[in-house]
Write a protein that binds this ligand. Structure first.
Ligand SMILES: [Zn+2]
Ligand SMILES: [Zn+2]
Length: 337
């Protein structure tokens, strides 16, 4: 009898990751990429499904391309932890949309980050939508307003209460309902002080940082990224930040006036250097070695020749004097952090 209990305890511990500190570190987060490019790519716009390995419950980080990305992810076997029950009449992607995604975290209301959410709202289930105040105000006033689209939100004119708006307080940790995640939101500046957000997400003792669209602080005359780096630095020192998702919308070669609230490889590396100094002012050069940085929101181009994605990848690899581990997400892929 005793032996059986001990076995159960060990099994439960392994399943919940309680023994993860023994031996090699397993992944603390999985991210299924539903969309990863910037504007122009109608079928591949920012949307990442975050989960804990083995949980099958997801939080959507932005919601540009949703259903199209779900189809790709299902085809690639990236959503095998979230399949419809035998009794369900839902397709696999329909099941993930309705049952698998427990909540939406929206970084800002630009349509390349919310178009899927709006279009698919007719067939989704009621669930929370978490964002900072200005983003919820914009969704309420400009999208879910019975003009651009029926009001599937929970505020404003005759709301249908499909998406329950939860207003995040800057920097304060808040639980995400029906998941094991907690989130802290920070304001980022995305051209002319238009507010975007970064989300620092916690699962147990581990963290992942997702940044929405942002320009460099120096160009934006902002301290948005600096605040995010200040919150992240102690977690990196303690080995608890599993990765960063950060944009590089364009390849190098743009004047600051032509960034439109975005980063390039040069600016992304400048920002990572500021983070490295915050982590270890004595030895910044080694402070981020091995840290996973997923590069998001690369805008495709209509021109012939090398794609912006190829250029951004080459330029970041060349500039990578901090030895971070760059990841270049692809639609439908399941990433480990
Ligand atoms: Zn934007
Ligand atoms: Zn965008």
């Amino acid at each position: 009898m005793k032996k059986t209990w001990a076995r159960w305890f060990l099994l439960a511990g392994l399943l919940t990751g309680g023994f993860a500190s023994c031996g090699a570190r397993g992944a603390a987060f999985n991210v299924v990429v539903l969309g990863c490019e910037g504007g122009l790519a109608e079928g591949n716009l920012s949307c990442y499904l975050l989960t804990r390995p083995g949980s099958g419950s997801y939080v959507a980080l932005d919601a540009g391309t949703v259903l199209g990305g779900l189809r790709q992810a299902v085809a690639r076997g990236s959503l095998n932890d979230c399949k419809p029950t035998r009794e369900s009449n839902q397709s696999h992607e329909g099941w993930v949309l309705r049952e698998g995604i427990k909540a939406y975290l929206v970084s800002h209301a630009h349509i390349d980050h919310v178009s899927g959410l709006v279009i698919d709202s007719t067939d989704d289930k009621p669930k929370p939508l978490l964002a900072l105040n200005p983003t919820i105000d914009d969704l309420r006033d400009h999208l879910f307003n019975w003009k651009t689209w029926p009001n599937f939100g929970s505020e404003g004119d005759r709301p249908l209460h499909q998406y329950r708006y939860q207003r995040l307080a800057e920097g304060e940790s808040q639980a995400i309902e029906s998941t094991d995640f907690q989130v802290q939101a920070f304001t980022l500046s995305h051209s002319n002080h238009y507010p975007s957000s970064a989300f620092l997400i916690r699962s147990g003792s581990q963290y992942l940082l997702y940044c929405g669209d942002t320009g460099p602080d120096e160009v934006e005359k902002s301290d948005g990224l600096q605040r995010v780096w200040a919150a992240s630095a102690p977690l990196i020192r303690e080995g608890r930040l599993r990765g960063i998702m950060l944009e590089s919308s364009y390849p190098d070669g743009r004047q600051p006036g032509q960034l439109f609230g975005h980063l390039t490889p040069e600016w992304l590396m400048k920002e990572l250097h500021l983070l490295a100094v915050a982590v270890d002012p004595q030895q910044p050069q080694r402070a981020l070695a091995g840290l996973k940085v997923a590069v998001t929101h690369i805008k495709p181009s209509l021109e012939k020749g090398k794609s912006p994605r190829q250029l951004v990848e080459e330029q970041l690899r060349q500039r990578n004097d901090l030895e971070v581990e760059f990841l270049f997400p692809e639609q439908g892929q399941r990433l480990e952090f």
